[in-house]
Design a protein around this ligand. Structure first.
Ligand SMILES: Cc1ncc(COP(=O)(O)O)c(C=O)c1O
Length: 367
């Protein structure tokens, strides 16, 4: 028996994709499935999203694109995290589309593409204000004076928003204006840009002016919204469950787990859970978070270990070995979301989801 499993609701993924489509209409959706589909398991998630209408896939690395191709997925794949010279033959062989973020990258790819093959389709990335990957405004405008290399075929121009989830929309609106300016400059210079795209989940939920020719949702496909997006109607797709492996009674004054950072203040009943930081259950939850047992919240006591966690079930005398403990998801009327875990860990839902270890089996449910 797998004592700890990650369950993924396929209907929830489809529902969330429909929520994207409801907003963007006929604009094609690039489903962002990097980082093992935000921890949800890339191949089954990708198949589900493609069958439900996603048109293209976004990954960070060539290895992630390779995993999709090895699984027999033939949909267009955009490799968004930058490319290195060694990647170019593989990009060509696997029909993966790189995002080129600098003049050097354009020259490098143009030089390394086998000249007798068809031109390699590429997207360029422009930096419209995030100061991360991408050609600066000046580099991009300069590049419009050069002849486009014959070994590359420009398929798209993209940028990324730094603060689409901020209450104040000024940063995103400024980036959208700069993106429009660069698209206009390309058009004036006679450089055809078939697909322009910039919208992540928060922009899809808030800025219809960001949709352009493609949208790139990640987080909202998995059922979470960030930023001021109250009416999003999304369904978290992932639940994370384990089972109590041992229940023990201890006296008052008993230190618990490594370092004895928790000491019982009363005679207590402890339940030991076979899950720990090696599974992605962050050690920062030590003495902070809680889990659900018997439809009730029970606190984590002491340090989270590599493979084990202790919770205090003193107020739940019926707890027994084998009982289900929910780390993320619903149990009865109670629920723990990735946002709850993120708040306890002082991080964001993205990191909570991505850090769930591949060692845990993913189970895909139709219900
Ligand atoms: C380039 C790019 N586009 C789109 C996304 C999707 O963003 P989100 O998950 O906020 O929708 C990401 C994720 O970080 C990204 O790096």
């Amino acid at each position: 028996m797998n004592s700890t499993v990650v369950e993924i609701s396929l209907p929830a993924l489809r529902h969330n994709l429909r929520q994207v489509a409801r907003r963007v209409g006929t604009v094609p959706i690039i489903a962002v499935v990097k980082a093992n589909a935000y921890g949800h398991g890339v191949v089954p998630v990708t198949r589900t999203l493609l069958a439900a209408g996603a048109r293209q896939l976004g990954v960070a690395t060539v290895a992630e694109g390779q995993e999709l191709r090895h699984a027999g997925i033939t949909a267009p794949v955009l490799v968004m995290g930058g490319v290195f010279p060694d990647d170019v033959p593989l990009l060509q062989e696997l029909n993966l589309t790189p995002v080129l973020p600098s003049q050097d990258a354009i020259l490098m790819a143009a030089r390394l593409v086998k000249s007798r093959s068809a031109p390699l389709p590429v997207h360029l990335k422009v930096d419209t204000g995030m100061s991360r990957l991408g050609l600066t405004r000046e580099e991009f405008l300069d590049s419009l004076h050069s002849t486009w290399p014959p070994t590359l075929r420009l398929e798209g121009l993209m940028s990324h928003l730094a603060s689409a989830d901020a209450h104040d929309g000024a940063s995103a609106e400024g980036q959208l204006a700069r993106f429009r300016e660069l698209l206009d400059a390309a058009k004036s210079a006679g450089l055809a840009v078939p697909a322009a795209h910039i919208a992540n989940s928060a922009a899809i939920l808030r800025f219809p002016a960001s949709y352009f020719d493609r949208v790139r949702p990640g987080l909202m496909l998995y059922g979470y919204a960030n930023g001021p997006t109250a009416a999003a109607d999304l369904r978290p797709a992932l639940s994370w469950k384990t089972h109590i492996v041992q229940v023990k009674r201890v006296g008052a004054g008993q230190p618990v787990s490594y370092g004895g950072t928790f000491v019982t203040s009363r005679p207590s009943t402890l339940a030991i859970l076979p899950v720990g930081y090696a599974d992605g259950y962050s050690r920062t939850l030590s003495n902070r978070g809680h889990v659900l047992v018997g439809g009730r919240t029970v606190p984590i006591v002491g340090r989270i270990c590599m493979d084990l966690t202790v919770v205090d079930v003193s107020d739940l005398p019926e707890a027994r070995p084998g009982d289900e403990a929910v780390l993320l998801g619903r149990q009865g009327a109670a629920a723990i979301t990735a946002d709850d875990l993120a708040a306890w860990q002082e991080t964001i839902s993205y990191e909570v989801l991505c850090q769930i270890s591949p060692r845990l089996p993913r189970v895909y449910l139709e219900d």
